[in-house]
Structure formats: structure tokens, C-alpha cells
Design a protein around this ligand. Structure first.
Ligand SMILES: Cc1ncc(COP(=O)(O)O)c(C=O)c1O
Length: 427
């Protein structure tokens, strides 16, 4: 090429949840093994049957010609009205629909001034972090979540980072969090909001798992505690409906009227949405009917109770393993297990019996972090496909799996095999 055409931050773009799938497919194809998919939360692929009442709502809507048309740039009218009615703090003008989080995130970070940085949690869901780093052409700015404190942040660290880096213009909170499961307390959230207020920042709040917690008496939504700070809440159909293939989500914007600069920023996002015309019409159209359906809440609580049962099994099997570190999931989807790398033998691939398989995983593991190597080892010995924690920018090695498995015996076996794999390569 005549010029360097590659974006300075192109190497930031990785999606390990999918990349490890390519490795797993190779293993499946060459070694004829059935893979146990624990890398991604896709209920439909895993086991969940989409109930008939939900299918009926969607299929009825497909008979209506209007669902094949463009929709308004911000939203389908009836839907934004429905959402605004649920929440007295916003009007329907404060809602914008997107085709999935990636689009919303790209627009939010993309339309920030290059020097305006967002402080985000670590470990973090990388769709946020890589998009923010790409926007700023710079490495991440993070606050640590502490596994010894149930993955809560160190609040003083957040304040110090904000205080001494004047470019920080917003704080990202993912609550409940992926991959750690952390669900922040009222005090933590109030502290973060107060810092935002004190230093005149806005707060970005990803609440995709909002309806899916268990074992928590008092799950706090930011709208319950924020009054005058500018903030954006992100909501999606993927997890709670569950309809990940809809790629449909929306943002709610709070307190636009309190800050001219913030309102201008939101307007730039809205205008960029107009350039694209609109989001997909069908999922938006059926959203109110799905949420209003009398079956919805019962269906949701049935699903949550299954995840809770799996969380009990996690505790039963992993708790006695003293050298394994995990924090019991308090919400529905993921389990993060930390691996103490000092405990692992240096070359754990050499014990693989199939030497071709050993060669294969060894070659793809060169220069890779210890937890990624462990995930490959797990794949090659148990066919269980998980995601290394380092991909979530974590300084602590570990792996993340889901709590989706519906077959209790199978779920127990998955956990036991993971423990057994650790045992095998422990010093
Ligand atoms: C915190 C968070 N936000 C947003 C998303 C996007 O969800 P999806 O890709 O299922 O639409 C995810 C997915 O795992 C997530 O964990």
C-alpha cells in the first residue's frame, strides 16, 4: 500500500470468545471430538427452548407489513412510549435504539473527543475496553476489581485516578458484571456517582444483566440513586428475553438538560444514528408485547432458578478445592475461576498422550499467556471450551465459563473435569 492503512490500534480488536471457537472447531474436525461449549452465553444453542408464547408474538408481528419497513431513527414510537412509561425519570426523547451493544458502544466512544477518556473496570468485558482504547489511540485506563473483596472496586483508587488524570471524563460501571459476576452495593454505586458529581463526569452504566440476579436482596439500579449526574444506561434484549440473535438494545439518557456539553455529545450520537437511518424494526416492535406478556416473569424466574441451582453445585464442587480460587456467582451467567500460576508445572502440554494434538496446541500456544495455554490444555484433554481471563484484560490468570448447562449430571462432570485438569498439572 502507498500509505499505512492500518489503524494504529488495530491489534486491540480481539474477541477471544469467538477466536477460541476456531481452535475448538479444528480439534473437533481433526480429532472428531464433541466440544462442550462453555465459552459463550447462548441459551438457545445450549439448551433453552424459546417458549411458544414468545414465538407467537414474533410470528404475529412478521405478518404485519410495517415490521418490514424502516423505523424512526431513535425508536419505534409505541416501544419508546412503553419504555418511558416504566421510568418517570426519562421521557421517550431520552431513548435511542441500536443494533446491538457494539454499535452503541462504537458510537458512544467514537463520538467522544479523542482526549476524553473513560475509566473502566478490570477485568472488563472487552467490547467496551477495546472500543474505548481504539477511540483514544491509547492504552486502557482501568480501576481494579478485587477478588478478595467479592470483586468490588477500590473506591479510593477510582477517586485518585480521576483526580490525577484530568482527561477522564466518564466512569464505566457494568452491574452485574461480566466476567466477575460482581454486583455492586448501594454504597459503592453512591460513591462512584459522588465522584462523578464532584469532578463533573458522566457515568456509563451497562445493565444488560439487570433482571437476572439471584441471592441479592437489594439489587440497585442506577436510576434509583442518581439525581443530578449525567449518565447513560445500556439495556439489551439478549440475556433476559433471551433473544441474542435479535442484536437489539437501547440506551436511556439521564439528565441531558443538566449539562450543555453532555446534551451536545448525545445529539452527535443521535445524528450519527440518523446517518444509518434506523435500527432493525422487528425486535423493537415486539419488545413491549414480550415484556407485558403474563408469561414473561414466570419464565424469567424459572430460568433464574436453574442458574441458581448451578451456582449451588459450583459451590459444592469447587469450595473444597483449597488451591482453586473462585467467588460464588450471585447472578445468572458466568463463573470466573482464578488460576494461581505458581501452582502450575512449567510445561503441562508434555503429558498429552496424543502427540499430534500436543504439537497442535503447543504451536498455537507460543507466546500466549498462562491462562490461555490452560484453556487450550482443557480443550485438548476434556473438550471443554472456556475463555481465558487475561482476555478480559485481567492481570490475574483464570478462566470464565457459563452456568447455563441444564443437565445436572453433565454440569457436575464439567466442573469435576476442570478440577481434575488442574490437579493433573499442579506441581
Ligand atoms: C456486560 C455486557 N454487555 C453487553 C453484552 C452484549 O451482549 P450480546 O452480545 O449478547 O448482545 C455482553 C455480552 O456478553 C456483556 O457481558
Amino acid at each position: 500500500m502507498r500509505n499505512n492503512i492500518v489503524h494504529f490500534w488495530a491489534d486491540e480488536q480481539h474477541y477471544e470468545i469467538r477466536e477460541i471457537v476456531e481452535v475448538a472447531y479444528k480439534i473437533k474436525e481433526i480429532w472428531k471430538k464433541e466440544i462442550i461449549w462453555e465459552n459463550i452465553w447462548d441459551p438457545v444453542i445450549k439448551w433453552e427452548k424459546i417458549p411458544d408464547w414468545l414465538k407467537d408474538i414474533v410470528s404475529k408481528a412478521t405478518r404485519d407489513d410495517i415490521t418490514y419497513a424502516y423505523s424512526p431513527s431513535k425508536w419505534v414510537d409505541a416501544t419508546r412510549k412503553f419504555l418511558a412509561e416504566q421510568n418517570w425519570k426519562i421521557t421517550s426523547e431520552d431513548i435511542i435504539f441500536f443494533n446491538w451493544l457494539w454499535e452503541a458502544i462504537n458510537k458512544i466512544y467514537g463520538y467522544l473527543n479523542r482526549n476524553a477518556r473513560v475509566l473502566w473496570p478490570n477485568p472488563a468485558y472487552p467490547t467496551h475496553s477495546s472500543s474505548e482504547a481504539t477511540h483514544a489511540w491509547s492504552s486502557h485506563l482501568t480501576y481494579e476489581l478485587d477478588p478478595d473483596n467479592e470483586w468490588n472496586p477500590n473506591l479510593e483508587e477510582i477517586e485518585n485516578k480521576v483526580k490525577y488524570n484530568p482527561n477522564i471524563s466518564a466512569i464505566l460501571v457494568i452491574n452485574p458484571d461480566n466476567p466477575t459476576w460482581a454486583v455492586f452495593s448501594r454504597e459503592t454505586l453512591e460513591w462512584i456517582v459522588n465522584i462523578a458529581k464532584k469532578y463533573n463526569l458522566f457515568v456509563l452504566f451497562d445493565e444488560i444483566y439487570e433482571k437476572l440476579t439471584f441471592d441479592i436482596k437489594d439489587h440497585i439500579l442506577l436510576k434509583d440513586i442518581i439525581w443530578d449526574v449525567c449518565w447513560i444506561a445500556m439495556k439489551w434484549l439478549s440475556k433476559e428475553v433471551p433473544w441474542p440473535g435479535s442484536r437489539c438494545g437501547w440506551i436511556e439518557i439521564y439528565n441531558q438538560d443538566k449539562d450543555e456539553e453532555f446534551a451536545k455529545f448525545i445529539n452527535s450520537i443521535y445524528f450519527s444514528k440518523m446517518l444509518e437511518v434506523c435500527s432493525t424494526t422487528l425486535p423493537q416492535t415486539v419488545l413491549p408485547e414480550i415484556y407485558k406478556a403474563p408469561e414473561f416473569n414466570k419464565y424469567l424466574s424459572e430460568r433464574i432458578s436453574k442458574y441458581k441451582k448451578n451456582s449451588d453445585i459450583v459451590e459444592e464442587i469447587l469450595w473444597p478445592v483449597k488451591w482453586l480460587k473462585f467467588v460464588r456467582p450471585k447472578w445468572a451467567y458466568y463463573l470466573t475461576v482464578l488460576i494461581d500460576d505458581f501452582l502450575l508445572v512449567e510445561d503441562f502440554f508434555k503429558d498429552l498422550k496424543d502427540k499430534n494434538l500436543e504439537k497442535f496446541v503447543r504451536e498455537i500456544s507460543i507466546w500466549k499467556k498462562i491462562d490461555k495455554k490452560f484453556c487450550y490444555y482443557l480443550l485438548a484433554t476434556t473438550w471443554i471450551c472456556t475463555v481465558p481471563l487475561s482476555w478480559f484484560n485481567s492481570p490475574l490468570p483464570g478462566l470464565r465459563m457459563t452456568l447455563l448447562e441444564d443437565d445436572e449430571q453433565k454440569f457436575r462432570k464439567i466442573l469435576e473435569e476442570i478440577v481434575f485438569a488442574f490437579e493433573n498439572i499442579k506441581k
